[in-house]
Design a protein around this ligand. Sequence first.
Ligand SMILES: [Zn+2]
Length: 77
Amino acid sequence: MARGGKIAARHINQRVHVFMKCPYCGSENVEAVKSWEMPKMGFNVTHYRCKSCSGLFNHYVGRGKEFVLRVGLRRRG
Ligand SMILES: [Zn+2]
């Protein structure tokens, strides 16, 4: 059909981390649930969920750094 339509150019600085591993069990069978930005911190956060152990963790990327923080269960007691 017609070419040259709208180009879905998303300027989301979202890198695909193929080798993202679960910090709990080490499995690579994880999926990105959602992502958001932290403008104050200059980080882009991606929330992951491990399909193997259902562990939740966040992956932070920004300012040339990247690290993973575990998201613990509800700490309410
Ligand atoms: Zn896991």
